[in-house]
Every structure is written in structure tokens, then in C-alpha cells.
Design a protein around this ligand. Structure first.
Ligand SMILES: *Cc1c(COP(=O)(O)O)cnc(C)c1O
Length: 446
């Protein structure tokens, strides 16, 4: 049996209809370098989706690799209750310099969904312990995505992931999200007064007294098809949350560490959340780690004599894992020393212009929305009506298959193709990726 046959014999791949693999076999990757991945036959692929958005600075980056190797010879893991270590302390010190102000306390876990669960439980218990025992529900935006565990799915609204499990989920309040491409108010993104904020105002007026927190993906609803909304929405949400004593949770798992052009998406709004979840880019996609970061005020509500029972009794085996921290320290070193965000701002403009030149006039290109290096291309039947392709046609998937043959990993979100490359991508790599993308679209829909 070769590797592909053995893979199919044993492995149930994530987020996949395994029958699809009869036609499109698993691609066995041997190694990676920068934005490139290489399969066992030496074929090269541009990883334009950053391996599910986590590979922040390219594959096999020497600085990150060295940082992990040094740690590996000293300490791989230690129980994090009552014990600590230098890498985790160094990491918190460094993150303190870049996170939105007011956030001061770091609770570690090992994946994005776990960080979200932690944020939800923390909010609930905070409200409970500060005399707001009626506040037991959560608010979220429609089209939001916060992970796949039961709590995280409950505050998510992407039917593809959540629908079948509805009977298992908590009853969250889903506030209609901004929809800038198909704005019901006939406005343009970034030239509006976020008229759609009325839905949040209405939901708060009705439900704030029973709501402990609102969770959002700031500015960029990733899994919904990279839907982008204005920073003004976050500003207004901050005010509303304060007014009604609802905690504001920022899920920066996809947007953190420069993905939107600033270090965090909330920085565009100039306000801070009460709780922020980070993962993905935190370790550059090297090792699974996540952090739920919060304020002194929330932390203090749990601080009491043991027998008062106020502690946050929440734990994960791999909390604060030293290897994960060493990877994250490697990422911080690069972000600091190599002016990555400044450079990425220049390539981001280059990338967006290139995609526009190549594709904006295509009869089936709806819009090419962008923030930072993230660019999303929504395929539609008709530019005027913005009518969508039937999802059963799997337009995005057809194009993905062609692009793969040509060496580009363009894994779509329904009818939305997107680029979310490592921040270190250069102009030559962009040219190549855009050319393959345009050619693949042409071969599938003309
Ligand atoms: C990926 C993601 C998650 C879930 O992270 P996992 O590590 O896959 O559990 C949560 N929220 C957002 C916005 C994400 O992009």
C-alpha cells in the first residue's frame, strides 16, 4: 500500500465528505518552506490559505524552529497549576506591549475553540459572582464562527457547521450581522453610519438583562466567506455593552497578529474588548496554543478565599505548554525585529491591485473585498442582482480542484475564493498565485 492508500484506510479527515477523496485523493505533504508546500513527488503548492489561517510567517521559519529546538532540550511540559516557567512569563510580558489596553490577565489553553469556551464560562461566572445572576445567555452575530465545540457552536451561526447539532446547543441570541456587499440599507462599507447596528440596539433592549456577554469576530467574519464590516460597528458595540453591563468578547483567533493590517482587528476601532481570544497566528501555526486574555476587573471577581468557591475551576492539560510558548516567542521576535506589519502593508496593496486587475471585470466576480492581506472573491451569477450560485454546484470547490493541479491551495468557503497568505509573501509569489487563480476561474466558469 502506498501512503495515499494507507491514509484513506485509517484517516477521517476534518471538515470533509470522505467520499470526495475517491476523486481528489489526499495530498501527502513532505516539507514546506516559506509560502510553499511540497508533496512527496516534489510538486510545489502555494499555501495561499496559510494552512487554515494559522501559518503567519511561512513554513519552516528558522527563527521559530530554533526557538522551539532550544526549549525542547530544556523542558517539554509541566503541570501549570502552581508551576510556571520562563517562556510563558516572557510571552505574557511581550504580548502586554501589543494587545489592546486594559487586557492584563492570560488564561492558556490549546486551541481556538477551547479559548472561546473559556471566555464564555469566564463571562458567565463573572456576572454570577458580581450579583448579575439573571445574566445567563450569550449574544453573537449571525454568520459568526467561533469553533466547533458545543459552546462555541452555540454562538456560531454558520449552518454548515451548526445546523444538525441545534438540539444539543445553548439558546444564544443571534443578532443580524452587517452584510456590506448586499447592504439592505443601500449603503457602502466604510461610508455608512452602520445603520444595521439597529439590530444590536434592539437585541440589547430586549435581552441585555439576561445576557452575560456578546462575542464577535471583529471586522472579519472568516468562515462566513470573509465578510468584512466597518470598525464603527465595534466602537458602537463597545458603548452599548458598557451601557447594559454586557461583556464584550473579541474572537481574534483568525484576525490577531497582523492579519487585518493592524496587530489586532480591535485596534482599527480604537477600543478594547473585555475578553480577547487568540490562537492560530499566535504560534505561527507551529504548535497548538490559545489564550483567553482579560482585564483586572474580571480577574478580581474570582479572587477570594478558597472556601468562598469563586475560583475559575477551568483547566486544560496542555495549558501554558512551554513548547507552544517558545514558538510564540519566535513569532514575537520576528514581528518585532523584521518590521513585518509595515512590509505586509505594502504587499497587501500590491496583492489587492493585482487581484483587481486580473478579476474585477470578470462577469461572475461579485466583489473583491479586502482587509490586510485577506482578499475574498465572491462568485455570483449576475453582477446586478448579486444572485448566488446554487451551493450544490460547488463552484468554489470546482475551481479549487483546478487550482490544485496548477499548484495553488485555494480552498474555498462555498462560493467565496480567498487569499489569506502568510504575511511574508512577496510580489513574485503573489503574481504566480493570482495568475493561477484567474486561470482556474476561467477554466471553470469562463
Ligand atoms: C479557527 C477559529 C476558531 C476555532 O479555532 P480551533 O483552533 O479550530 O478550535 C474560532 N474562532 C475563529 C474566528 C476561528 O477562525
Amino acid at each position: 500500500m502506498n501512503l495515499v492508500e494507507k491514509d484513506l484506510k485509517y484517516i477521517w479527515h476534518p471538515c470533509s465528505q470522505m467520499k470526495d477523496y475517491e476523486e481528489l485523493k489526499p495530498i501527502i505533504i513532505d516539507h514546506g518552506k516559506g509560502v510553499y508546500l511540497y508533496d512527496t513527488e516534489g510538486k510545489e503548492y502555494i499555501d495561499i490559505v496559510s494552512s487554515w489561517w494559522c501559518n503567519l510567517l511561512g513554513h519552516c521559519n528558522q527563527t521559530i524552529t530554533e526557538s522551539i529546538k532550544r526549549q525542547l532540550d530544556k523542558l517539554e511540559h509541566v503541570i501549570f497549576a502552581n508551576f510556571s516557567h520562563e517562556p510563558v512569563i516572557a510571552l505574557c510580558e511581550q504580548l502586554m506591549e501589543i494587545i489592546p489596553k486594559g487586557l492584563t490577565k492570560f488564561n492558556f489553553s490549546d486551541n481556538g475553540s477551547a479559548a472561546v469556551e473559556c471566555a464564555l464560562k469566564m463571562s458567565f461566572q463573572y456576572q454570577y459572582q458580581t450579583g448579575q445572576q439573571k445574566k445567563t445567555r450569550f449574544m453573537c452575530l449571525t454568520e459568526g464562527y467561533h469553533g466547533e465545540t458545543i459552546g462555541a457552536l452555540s454562538v456560531g451561526s454558520v449552518d454548515l457547521y451548526a445546523k444538525i447539532y441545534k438540539p444539543m446547543l445553548m439558546d444564544a441570541i443571534h443578532v443580524e450581522a452587517p452584510d456590506c456587499y448586499r447592504c439592505p440599507y443601500g449603503k457602502c462599507r466604510d461610508a455608512c453610519n452602520v445603520e444595521c447596528f439597529e439590530h444590536a440596539e434592539k437585541a440589547f433592549a430586549e435581552h441585555a438583562d439576561e445576557t452575560c456577554a456578546m462575542i464577535v469576530e471583529p471586522l472579519l467574519q472568516g468562515s462566513a466567506g470573509m465578510r468584512i464590516y466597518p470598525a464603527l460597528y465595534l466602537k458602537k458595540l463597545r458603548v452599548l455593552c458598557d451601557e447594559y453591563q454586557v461583556l464584550l468578547i473579541a474572537d481574534e483567533i483568525a484576525t490577531g497578529f497582523g492579519r487585518t493590517g493592524k496587530m489586532f482587528a480591535f485596534d482599527h476601532a480604537g477600543v478594547s474588548p473585555d475578553i480577547m481570544c487568540v490562537s492560530k497566528g499566535l504560534t505561527g501555526g507551529y504548535l497548538p496554543m490559545a489564550i483567553t486574555i482579560t482585564t483586572d476587573e474580571i480577574y478580581e471577581a474570582f479572587y477570594a478565599d478558597y472556601n468562598e468557591g469563586k475560583a475559575f475551576m477551568h483547566s486544560h492539560t496542555y495549558s501554558g505548554n512551554p513548547l507552544g510558548c517558545s514558538a510564540a516567542l519566535g513569532v514575537q521576535k520576528i514581528l518585532r525585529e523584521d518590521n513585518i506589519l509595515e512590509k505586509a502593508a505594502v504587499t497587501a496593496e500590491y496583492l489587492h491591485n493585482k487581484l483587481n486587475q486580473a478579476l474585477i471585470d470578470h462577469p461572475h466576480m461579485g466583489e473583491i473585498r479586502h482587509i490586510g492581506l485577506v482578499n475574498a472573491m465572491e462568485l455570483i451569477i449576475d453582477k446586478k442582482t448579486k444572485e448566488e450560485y446554487d451551493s450544490k454546484l460547488r463552484m468554489g470547490y470546482q475551481i479549487y480542484k483546478i487550482a490544485l493541479q496548477k499548484g495553488l491551495i485555494l480552498r474555498p468557503l462555498g462560493n467565496v475564493l480567498y487569499f489569506n497568505p502568510p504575511l511574508i509573501i512577496n510580489e513574485e509569489e503573489i503574481d504566480k498565485a493570482v495568475a493561477i487563480c484567474a486561470q482556474s476561474i476561467k477554466e471553470v466558469i469562463g
